[in-house]
Design a protein around this ligand. Structure first.
Ligand code: SAH
Length: 374
């Protein structure tokens, strides 16, 4: 909770204890924090005046010192398949115009919101469009939770009706574990019963493999885990996911199994992008099966989504299906991710927002000795 000179405290994204501490500074009892959470998250309100069960003088005090501020929408796009994408303002240090992306993917019986955690990404994976943008900054907890708040509003979610957003995945722009200190409180709000009340199986954090933060997460937060593996051996993974040079596959997998044990999780989903002629051969499937067999693991094969300037190509459909079948034959559960929203550049790896690169930090490649913010 921090205030910049002349600015109000943004209540969005504060965890329950933080909000209780804040209302205490105004002389209010902790239950006021719970009331505020209901108004903000369940009812989607941002104007204190509408919060009718709060005393009038408390509301005017709030108006003076606090606000519920969500990111501004730059553009909204809809795909032919029903996928929606929003470009949201995430200004740079000097107010420079930057933007991040949020994607809603409707499916029968569920609605998944894919949210961003950083402006750009420091990880530099060779096949990812976000990586080409460089990295500018972390999103605040308010900006992370604000994506859910906004999407609910834009999708016309009725607080009394069925949920529109049933699942949240941190699979948008950025590496969530390199913004640990804002991502974890934001996920807590998503799972809080006075927040978005999502079960821990319906909030998924996807990481390219920041091993120390994974161990920390295992102690502190219980969510579903997805890991961007993409290669079955270190030589290839070093090329595709350069953070692997810092945290090789064996260490990453050990951290994953530890996470499952500590959090009593069901399984880890391993994402594997299918790149024509690069990581899609039968020997890769065999190697991958050897790594994962006997563990609570699922493989999710992602057909590569193209973007301008890339020289990778998507593996042909029969190759992807053959890869899946081979994994299954060797006792590893595998599925193929259906591509959604690619006509509006909303598919995996296509999110680019608008990033004014500062790139002092490129994890895994340029500056290995960087301290990851935690
Ligand atoms: N940084 C986190 C969160 C991003 S999740 C992570 O790496 O897990 C987005 C997923 O889409 C990741 O698995 C990512 O590796 C994958 N991806 C990136 N570029 C892609 C592309 N061009 N086509 C398909 N999937 C891609």
């Amino acid at each position: 909770m921090s205030t910049v000179a002349n600015s109000k405290v943004n209540l969005l994204g504060l965890s329950r204890p933080e909000l209780e501490a804040f209302v205490a500074t105004l002389g209010a009892k902790p239950f006021r924090a719970r009331q505020l959470m209901k108004w903000m998250y369940r009812k989607g309100k941002s104007d204190f005046a509408t919060m009718t069960d709060l005393a009038k003088d408390f509301r005017s005090r709030l108006d003076e010192v606090a606000e519920i501020r969500v990111p501004e929408i730059v553009t909204a796009t809809a795909s032919a398949d029903g996928t929606r994408k929003w470009l949201l303002k995430a200004p740079g240090a000097t107010g420079a115009e930057q933007a991040i992306e949020t994607v809603f993917i409707p499916e029968p019986g569920r609605g998944t919101l894919c949210i961003s955690s950083q402006v750009g990404c420091p990880l530099n994976c060779s096949f990812c469009s976000t990586a080409q943008q460089g990295f500018n900054r972390n999103l605040s907890a308010a900006e992370i939770v604000g994506q859910v708040w906004l999407a609910n509003r834009e999708l016309g979610a009725d607080p009394e009706g069925p949920r529109v957003i049933t699942n949240v995945v941190l699979m948008g722009m950025g590496e969530p574990l390199s913004n640990y200190r804002n991502v974890v409180p934001a996920m807590r709000v998503m799972m809080d019963d006075l927040g978005y009340d999502l079960s821990r199986r319906r909030v998924t954090l996807s990481t390219s493999g920041l091993v120390p933060q994974l161990y920390r997460l295992a102690e502190e937060c219980n969510v579903a885990l997805a890991v961007s593996l993409h290669a079955p051996n270190n030589a290839l993974r070093n090329e595709l996911v350069p953070i692997n040079r810092l945290h090789p596959i064996e260490e990453l997998l050990a951290a994953c199994w530890h996470y499952l044990e500590r959090q009593n999780g069901r399984s880890v989903t391993f994402e594997y992008v299918m790149l024509d002629g690069v990581n899609d051969r039968p020997e890769h499937a065999r190697e991958l099966a050897r790594l994962l067999k006997g563990h609570d693991a699922k493989v999710n094969l992602i057909p590569f989504n193209s973007f301008p300037g890339t020289s990778y190509r998507r593996s042909p459909e029969p190759v992807i299906a053959g890869f899946r079948d081979q994994l299954m034959r060797q006792g590893v559960i595998a599925t193929i991710r259906r591509t959604r929203g690619d006509d509006i550049d909303a598919a995996c790896g296509q999110l680019k927002g608008r990033v004014l690169d500062r790139t002092q930090v490129r994890l895994g490649t340029r500056r290995i000795a960087v301290t990851v913010q935690a």
